[in-house]
Design a protein around this ligand. Sequence first.
Ligand code: SF4
Length: 360
Amino acid sequence: MQIHIFSLTCAELAAELNRRYGKGHYHARALCREIFKAGTTAFASAPEFVRSPSLTLQLCRDVCLPSCRIVEQIEDGVLKFASALDDGHLIESVIIPSHDRTTLCVSSQAGCRMACSFCTTGAMGFIRNLSVEEIVWQVYAARFLLSHRVDNIVFMGMGEPLDNLDNVVQALRVISDQRGLDIPLSHITLSTAGHADGLARLAALNLTRLRLAVSLNAADDVLRSSLMPINNKYPLSRLRQELLSFPLCKGGIIFVEYVLLAGINDSLEHARSLARFLDGLPVRVNVIAYNGDGSTVYGTPPPEQVRQFCSWLAGEKIFVRARQSRGQSIMAACGQLGASLCADAQRGDRSCPDHPCNLL
Ligand code: SF4
């Protein structure tokens, strides 16, 4: 059995080294330092390993690094990169620099089974969950292979993170490990389409520093179910119940993402129903005008409609911001990941799922 080092915290690695070779924290810390702090996989030349040649031989044999590789990069203000997994499937991640920090948007699944009607990834259908190391690898790749600082992470790429909760939670542990990549939970946002069972399980873990975002997009069940089939399984009343009991740190808030679709969910009545749903919840609402790529029936609302929608909410004393979604030109904006993968697959260049997006 190999040691999948991208799946382990430093403490877990130390326990594994102890179990296998009678070694412990000293070598585990050196391994984590070389790989996750220095970004080198040639750990054998580090002093701790030069002094322990037989252990080093065993580690070179047993330590397993992810076999993902970057196969494409496209840059236009943001940098989108596609990674090939060891079974040939592809995922996308996006590096979003701003004036004082850089955010990495990571994928948690190849494809997605949630089938949101406005989302390109949803149209791909579900391929499979990403392993812990495949999630962590995206952070490593952004930082060390593409040489970008990564201050914040958002789980808003391909997939519903709460549909792959066990692997996502272990990835959070590894990414936030101070002896490793050291990105604190308070800088990580997990975004869900409203997977209420997953929210309940996540709440039980009491990760109060983790930031939570909910992609809402409508606050009445009929409309929301038509946009997001997950609402059939977890209607708004259940979702609200989970949000009300979700553990937050003192002063903590839940981010609510609302993609405005022209003529669909952008009226005063929709804003009123959203305000009713949010009543009593500690939230900040991010309103994002839909990024039309021509692959769906939806249109982008005019800027005046976005402004009015936001001011209606603000008038209800809701903290709201109109957010610019960056990366439209390279299909890296919200809801656009996977478009290039599907297009290539249709041309026969790449793998893409057979599955229809009908699983909920
Ligand atoms: S919006 Fe998120 S949950 Fe919905 S289909 Fe797209 S990736 Fe999946």
